[in-house]
Ligand binder design. Structure first.
Ligand SMILES: C[S@@+](CC[C@H](N)C(=O)[O-])C[C@H]1O[C@@H](n2cnc3c(N)ncnc32)[C@H](O)[C@@H]1O
Length: 320
């Protein structure tokens, strides 16, 4: 083959005359593939929540997150109360007593945004990949008389359409597991956080791997969860904490609340097999049915200690 730099710009000629692919081209190619895969993932997430959010709200209400059942997970309570208790316990744990301007990253149908806006008399912005969720959150804000204080947008948390230093509370409840680039996600949360503001991130994790790497069975279990719930991958809480130090967040605190929230899946599984849920599932389509059929994956994940419920909080330093 005759080599011509103009014709094959991605090839470099070695001293011995052989050809190799240029480093620049290899890196560009990897970035290109990563971007395509991320776009496919975003579309899957959008379709998953567009299809399933109506059913979720009808059966489980406006909060699309775990509930809190006491430190030992033994408190008996109604599901919605457990979800509100989770929000309250998080605020208490993170030492947040008020906020003026809140960003809810991965807001679902506005469960947390509206609750927090109401509780603190704050402005709240919610972002989601799902237009159906954003529209429903706006309807709910009107119904709750909170439309002057809240707004909901379709926007990507990996590239947020906000100025630096905009919010004094950045809240992300169970959306981090969907992010294809966890570092970029936390960097974005940090960028839009005001100096002195607090970030609270709560996300699905896998167990720490410092003593024992994940086994083949565990990898397979996680991959089944990823496929059903549109997750690229999850990490350990220690991995998230390492990123947080780099940002650099201050006053970092982490906690594992797996025991406190694990009973949630028993409640969800029981309520998924009622006639009302059955009809709703059939109407919502295959991805939602798959999600319901796979609820046991999460329950088993908590039972074996593989799936963990991780919390991270930190503040942004005031710069002089
Ligand atoms: C399990 S729901 C949690 C919803 C809400 N935080 C709650 O607790 O009710 C996950 C949310 O993350 C959102 N999400 C996932 N990836 C996202 C991304 N890249 N940018 C913005 N939102 C995203 C989804 O659209 C969905 O609203």
């Amino acid at each position: 083959m005759t080599y011509s730099q103009a014709k094959y710009p991605y090839l470099i000629k070695n001293i011995d005359g052989s050809l190799r692919i240029s480093f620049f081209f290899s890196v560009s190619y990897i970035i290109f593939i990563y971007q395509i895969m991320s776009q496919i993932l975003y579309k899957q997430i959008q379709e998953f929540y567009d299809a399933s959010s109506g059913l979720w709200e009808q059966i489980w209400g406006e909060h699309m997150h775990h509930g809190y059942y006491g430190v030992d997970g033994k408190q008996v309570k109604e599901r919605r109360q457990a979800q509100i208790d989770l929000i309250e316990e998080l605020l208490h744990w993170a030492d947040v007593k008020g906020a003026k301007n809140i960003l809810d990253v991965g807001c679902g149908i506005g469960g947390s945004s509206l609750y927090l806006a109401d509780k603190f008399g704050a402005n709240a912005t919610g972002i989601t990949l799902s237009p159906v969720q954003a529209a429903r959150a706006m309807e709910r804000s009107l119904a709750m008389n909170l439309s002057q204080k809240t707004r909901f947008m379709v926007a990507n948390a990996q590239e947020m359409p906000f100025e630096d230093n905009s919010f004094d509370l950045v809240w992300s409840l169970e959306s981090g597991e969907h992010m294809p680039d966890k570092t970029k996600f936390l960097q974005e949360c940090y960028r839009v956080l005001k100096p002195g503001g607090t970030l609270i991130m709560v996300t699905w994790c896998h167990r720490n791997t410092d003593k024992l790497p994940l086994t083949g069975d565990e990898q397979k279990h996680l991959e089944d969860i990823y496929r059903v719930y549109c997750l690229p991958y999850v990490m350990s809480l220690a991995d998230y904490e390492a990123i947080a130090w780099q940002l650099p967040l201050n006053n970092i605190r982490t906690a594992d609340w797996s025991t406190a929230v694990a009973p949630f899946w028993n409640v969800v599984i029981d309520s998924a097999f009622t006639p009302q849920a059955f009809i709703g599932l059939l109407m919502a389509g295959w991805s939602t049915i798959q999600g319901a059929l796979s609820l046991g994956l999460m329950r088993r994940g908590y039972e074996t200690g593989l799936v963990r419920f991780g919390l991270l909080r930190g503040t942004k330093e005031f710069r002089i």
